[in-house]
Design a protein around this ligand. Structure first.
Ligand SMILES: *Cc1c(COP(=O)(O)O)cnc(C)c1O
Length: 402
């Protein structure tokens, strides 16, 4: 007899859990798109997006998923034949590089593998050797959702500066924005892409490209024109130009509610701290299960782990069985492996990912940890004891003094 008749919980690394308030805000008739509430909330949405990205620079909005933002960023910044340096630490930077190549850019991909972050020293070395200045940009992902590594963006910026190189610095924050600390202006990021369905807690369908002055300059050479041009979107004369056509009406209502929660009620720095604590609770549980090495973190070094997603490694075949059990018996959907082959492959079947980005709290965290714990007991998979206890201790320490 299955116990799976309550609320389902999606614990994959995007799309993330949508708050009921966001769903309710979207549940309404179509609004007037020329004046009134929609136009007013849009202004607030754009201001709040910049508050989340910690920037005073420009923001262009696209009605697309993250891949659209990837393409928009590239089209507006680079001309055909330009060369970019891509620091790959999982599937996502590689995906961005593939898109760049399909648009006629040359790419040099430095692959740091699936279990390490991008090494700033290596970057500095490569850029020092680039005396001909062939690289127009360095592209990197802050949190790679496949490996769950978190790259050190300020250290990579410093490497570019120490090499005295003038490459633009482009960062994919699709998985990390709103979850991990990120400071576009203070950290000297020139170009940043993100989307609404992860830390921003809204159904997939809106994406954002943030760009600074040096990208405005670069665009003069790129001359994108057409639908993806960011100029009318970032500096519109009339309302529809923000979106290149009809506004994404209901997404705007949803995103407005999500940003109200994130920026005005919780506060972005508090949201970072919440993600930090919840991530540590998951890590403590994984450490407890892993006593005797039954389960390990894909990223061993705590400092290099994402606070938005955790990739877990189990004994052969166990991850596949745990995922199937939690989904069928507990209503908890865990993320599949990404970048480790496909179903039936050894490395794929021994990995799962836990998405803990966006709308997350204690009962949700305990729910996922408890479901995984019960799965291992039900399936007879050997594991260390005390995972819930260990997670509880982390959460209790955060609450002290509250
Ligand atoms: C999810 C994700 C993407 C792709 O976003 P889509 O909305 O699926 O196109 C790109 N980069 C990172 C880091 C992601 O997590």
């Amino acid at each position: 007899m299955s116990l799976n008749f309550g609320r389902q919980q999606l614990a994959i690394p995007g799309p993330s859990v949508i708050p009921d308030r966001v769903l309710s805000a979207m549940h309404r008739p179509s609004p007037d798109i020329y004046e009134g509430e929609l136009v007013e909330i849009s202004t607030r949405v754009f201001a709040d997006l910049k508050a989340v990205a910690r920037t005073k620079e420009n923001c262009a909005v696209y009605i697309s998923n993250g891949h659209g933002a990837w393409e928009a960023a590239l089209r507006n910044t680079f001309a055909e034949g330009d060369e970019v340096l891509v620091l790959a630490t999982g599937r996502f930077a590689a995906g961005w590089a593939e898109l760049a190549r399909s648009l006629g850019l040359k790419t040099e991909v430095i692959d740091f593998g699936m279990t390490a972050d991008a090494d700033p020293n290596r970057l500095e070395e490569i850029l020092r050797a680039d005396t001909g200045r062939r690289f127009k940009a360095v592209m990197v992902v802050q949190t790679d959702t496949a490996s769950s590594v978190r790259n050190d963006i300020p250290a990579l910026r410093k490497a570019i500066d120490d090499a005295g190189h003038d490459a633009l610095f482009a960062v994919d924050c699709i998985a990390s924005l709103g979850c991990e600390p990120f400071e576009m202006d203070r950290w000297g990021v020139d170009l940043m892409v993100t989307a609404c369905q992860k830390g921003l807690m809204t159904p997939a369908g809106m994406s954002f490209v943030f760009f600074g002055d040096r990208c405005v300059e670069a665009r003069k050479r790129a001359r994108p024109g057409g639908y993806w041009d960011w100029v009318p979107r970032a500096d519109p004369q009339v309302f529809y130009q923000y979106f290149g056509g009809t506004p994404p009406t209901h997404h705007l209502f949803g995103l407005h509610e999500a940003l109200t929660m994130l920026v005005h009620e919780e506060g972005i720095e508090q949201a970072w701290r919440r993600h930090e604590t919840l991530a540590q609770a998951y890590w403590a549980a994984i450490d407890a299960w892993g006593e005797g090495d039954a389960m390990t973190h894909n990223i061993r070094d705590r400092a290099k782990r994402s606070r938005a997603v955790s990739a877990v490694v189990t004994p052969a075949g166990c991850a596949r069985r745990i995922r199937a059990w939690t989904k069928q018996e507990a209503g908890v959907t865990l993320g599949v492996a990404l970048g480790f082959g496909q179903e039936g492959d050894l490395e794929y079947d021994r990995r799962f990912r836990i998405g803990h980005m966006g709308h997350q709290n204690l009962p949700m965290t305990f729910g996922v940890i408890g479901a995984i714990d019960a799965a291992m007991k039900a399936l007879g998979i050997g594991h260390g004891r005390g995972a819930l206890e260990a997670a509880s201790a982390v959460l209790a320490a955060h609450g002290q003094g509250a």
